[in-house]
Every structure is written in C-alpha cells, then in structure tokens.
Design a protein around this ligand. Structure first.
Ligand code: NAD
Length: 491
C-alpha cells in the first residue's frame, strides 16, 4: 500500500500501520489504508516546507495558479462518478447527496481558479510623486489542513483551493474515517500539473497524525474543521509557535418559525434542516424555535413527516437519509438523547435504532423529535450531530431572538416569516455567521462561511476565504533617494 502523497511520491506509513475503512451503512470493508503517525506527518511537513522555500509555486503567476485550479475543476467533473461513489462508501451518505457535493466541490475550485488571477494587490496614494506604495498579498507558507468526516472532500476543497490559489504549500490530514476522496484528489492535482511537494497527504488518527500540523514550527498556518473540543486543543497547540489558525467548529443552529410563515414550507424546511445526512451537518437546524400559537400543529406535522422518512444505504434508491458515521458516534447520540430525557424533554418520535432487520448491520438511528426542552439544558446547549430535533417555544420577536442567541455557538440560523421587515430585523440580530430567511442550508462559494462565538474564527469561501491564506505586505519605494540629514552628523 502507498496511500500517502509526500514530496510527489506515493508512500506507505513509516511504521507500517494500517486501518480498515468500513461503510457505515452495513459495516462492509471498503478498503484497508495506511495509518500514519507523527513521523509520517513530519516527513510531509518537510516536503511542503522545501517546496515552499524553493519558491517556484509561490512565484508562479497567480493567473497560472488559477488555471491549474480550473483544470482540477474539469477533472473533478470528469471523475465525478468515481469520487461520489468513494465518498458514499466512506460516509454512508446517499449517492445522490455525494453527487451534489461533487458539483459544489468543482464550483469551489472554479471560483478560486477565477479569483486567483484577479488579485493584483492595491496601490496606496502616498501624496508624494517621488514615492510609490503598494499592498501585495503573499502566501502564508506551509499550511496544515485538517478536515472532518461529514463532508470529507467538500471541507477539503474549501481549504485546498484557496490555499493553492494564494501560492501556499500544504499537508492535508483528512478524517481517519473517510480518507478515499482525499487520495483521489491528490491524483487529480498531480494530473493537473501541481509541482511535487506543493500538495501532501497523510492519513491517520488526529492525536497522532494530525497533532504535528498544529505543533510543528515549520507549519505557518493550521486550518481546522471539526468539533469544538478538538478546536480548543489545536488553538492551544498552535499558540506555542504563534501560527495562524482558522477554526470551523460546530453549531447549535436555531431555526426560528413565526406564526405568519407559510406552514407547509416551514415544516418541510424544518425537516431538511435537521434530518439531511442524518443531522451530521455542522449547520444542521437542530433547534426548532416555534411561535407558541402554532406550536402544537407545527410539531405534530413535523413528527408525522419525520416518521415517514425512509432510512437506507447509499445505493438504495428508496432511501431518503443514511446511517451515522460509526458505532461510537451513534452511542454518543444515544447518550445525548438519554440525557435530554433525564432533564425533562418529551420524546415525540424516534429516540432509538430502527427495527428493520435490513438496517441491523449499519449505524442507523431514527429521526427523533424532543419537545419541551428547557432553556439551558444539555439538549439545547450541546451538539448531538445526529438526527435529533429539539423544540423550544417563543412568544414574540424579542423572545425569539433572545432564545436563538442563547448558545455559545454561532454558526448558522434561519428565520421563517412572511413579514419581510421582520425577517431582516431578526436576521440582523441573530449572532450567527450565516442567516437564511425562508430557506435552510444553501451556501455559495462566493459567500463567506464561518462562525461567531465558539463556532470558530476565520472565514472560508468568498474573498475572505482566500485572504485567510495570504500575508499582507506593504512595499514602499522612495523614487528619489537622497540623504535625509535627520541627524546633523559631521557636515
Ligand atoms: P473531530 O474534531 O473529531 O475531528 C476533525 C479532524 O480533526 C479529524 O481529521 C481528526 O482526525 C482531527 N483531529 C482530532 N484530534 C486532533 C488533534 N488533537 N490534533 C489534530 N487533529 C486532530 O470532528 P469530526 O467528528 O470529524 O467532525 C464533526 C465536527 O465537525 C462537528 O462538531 C461539526 O459541527 C464540525 N464541522 C464543522 C464545520 C464548519 O464548517 N464549521 C463543517 C463540518 C463539520
């Protein structure tokens, strides 16, 4: 086996470690891959450092770097089916969802491919005809990129595309549970012409293979997407070498439904908000916050529809959503629900594994609705990252905003109402990095994504997503240098 890509070569784990990747839908063996340790990551860091310090990639004209990204987008389109299949086998998500992801991934590479060539910096008015002043953007250097398992290649694209557009080199460490599309991506980057050492890949567990990316002095920036607890560890490790840090962490995302919202539409979106990909979405609308006069009818309808959702594997044409990523993750969701019930939540539906024998080998969990959750309870504070919807009730606009903001997270939120003024007022008051009005989940490569509060810092996507990977330098030139005579000297 040779699943790591280091310095332009496919190599195996130095220590000979391996890991079995199993499909969460039925536990079947997808493949056995190399399992790295810090030693492998340090080799990859050395390769990325050498490639950056050599200067060939960072001094490649930005439009040429952009052209390479556009070629990558075309190759991703060409190989869409193989990528989507690999993503579905690793994650258990429906093939059609992986296909949607592939379109978004190619779009991300296209966006940064086009943006790369447009960045000529800025000329500053010095007020002096004999002085020229410019602001230029330079790559940060060696980037450590650490990604999660829920949208493996999409989260990777959000980092790799801008990192390369800006002229950096990188070491990618994807989730140990879902490595395959990262391997395929490295092949495509090479085919598109990426020079050896610019892009490097290691696989393995976070504490072993991932940790050096936050700790190592030769890494200039670490960009991490994952859970809050890991984010805290990474920020603390990175502080020792004062490297740049970007954190995209979890969310406890409010979905606020006013009584004047279109009922059927709001119910429909409330379901997609939480049950898409079985809730394993950082921006999942896990907190339904509904106005009291429609509470009963609204929750009844959400429960009725949730009970109709069909579970199944990635290639089951009848399936509407899939399994959780692992046995351990399902146990975490089960503990979350047990705690919520112990704290007084009312179980309206779900709260257990499905009875269907066909699903017995996968890590399935029924769509679950918990009503009557108390403010400040564990259920409204902590991310379950599973198909679990909690319901809270509000009286008026101020109450809705207060409840929606009562969380240490701040990733995303939504408001459903037919009153356009109210929609804008509430959107302005929500302390979350993305707010949807009468919609849930859409994101665009050209629009920034990221969290307020403990959902992280830094932004991905949009022009800010490129700026994350750039240093800003001021270059000032005196066109008529002559002695200043500030000090009298001997004249
Ligand atoms: P995780 O934090 O367990 O792992 C994420 C990545 O970090 C993995 O590659 C893992 O191997 C690595 N890692 C773990 N410990 C590490 C360490 N000590 N040093 C370096 N790397 C380490 O998260 P997960 O379970 O893979 O993903 C789920 C979480 O990700 C959820 O909390 C979700 O909300 C969040 N997420 C956020 C966004 C966003 O855009 N904000 C997007 C997707 C997922």
């Amino acid at each position: 086996m040779a699943d790591f890509f280091i310095g332009g070569e496919w190599v195996g784990a130095a220590g000979g470690g391996t890991r079995e990747i199993r499909c969460p839908a039925d536990g079947s063996l997808v493949a056995t891959v190399d399992e790295g340790t810090g030693e492998d990551t340090e080799r990859a860091i050395a390769a990325a450092r050498a490639a950056f310090d050599d200067g060939a990639w960072s001094s490649t004209p930005s439009w040429q770097r952009g052209d390479l990204l556009l070629r990558v987008a075309d190759l991703l389109d060409r190989d869409r089916d193989a990528f989507a299949r690999a993503e579905s086998l690793d994650t258990g998500k429906r093939l059609v969802e992986s296909e949607y992801d592939m379109a978004d991934i190619a779009a991300c590479f296209r966006y940064y491919g086009k943006l790369a060539g447009q960045d000529a910096g800025r000329v500053v008015d010095t007020g002096d005809a004999d002085a020229v002043s410019r602001i230029v953007h330079e790559p940060v250097g060696v980037c450590g990129l650490i990604t999660p398992w829920n949208y493996p290649l999409l989260q990777t694209a959000w980092k790799v595309a801008p990192a390369l557009a800006a002229g950096n080199t990188f070491v990618l460490k994807p989730s140990e549970l879902t490595p395959h599309t990262a391997i395929l991506l490295m092949r495509i980057l090479t085919e598109a012409g990426l020079p050896a050492g610019v892009g490097n890949l290691v696989l393995g567990a976070g504490a072993a293979a991932g940790a050096p990316l936050a700790e190592h002095p030769d890494v200039d920036l670490v960009s991490f997407t994952g859970g809050l607890a890991t984010g805290r560890v990474i920020a603390a490790s990175a502080a020792a070498t004062v490297k740049k840090v970007a954190l995209e962490l979890g969310g406890k995302n409010p979905n606020v439904v006013f009584a004047d919202a279109d009922f059927e539409t709001a119910v429909d979106y409330a379901l997609t908000a939480i049950f898409l990909h079985s809730g394993q979405v950082c921006s999942a609308g896990s907190r339904l916050i509904v106005q009291e006069e429609i509470h009963d009818a609204f929750v009844d309808e959400v429960v009725r529809r949730a009970e109709l959702i069909r579970l199944g594997g990635p290639f089951d044409p009848e399936a509407e959503t899939g399994p959780l990523i692992s046995a351990a993750h399902r146990e975490k969701v089960e503990r979350y629900v047990a705690t919520a019930l112990a704290e007084g939540a009312v179980l309206r539906t779900g709260g257990r594994r499905p009875d269907d024998e066909k699903l017995a080998d996968g890590f399935y969990y029924l769509p679950t609705v918990l009503d009557g959750v108390a403010q400040g309870s564990t259920a409204v504070r902590e991310e379950s990252f599973g198909p679990v919807l909690t319901v809270e009730t509000f009286t008026d606009e101020d109450d809705a905003v207060r409840i929606a903001n009562d969380t240490h997270y701040g990733l995303a939120g939504a408001v459903f109402t037919s009153d356009a003024s109210r929609a804008q007022r509430v959107a302005g008051r929500l302390r979350h990095g993305t707010v949807w009005i009468n919609d849930f989940h859409p994101y665009l490569p050209q629009a920034e994504w990221g969290g307020f509060k403990q959902s992280g810092f830094g932004r991905e996507l949009g022009p800010t997503g490129l700026a994350e990977y750039q240093e800003v330098k001021h270059i000032y030139q005196n066109l008529r240098p002559a002695p200043q005579r500030w000090f009298s000297g001997d004249s």
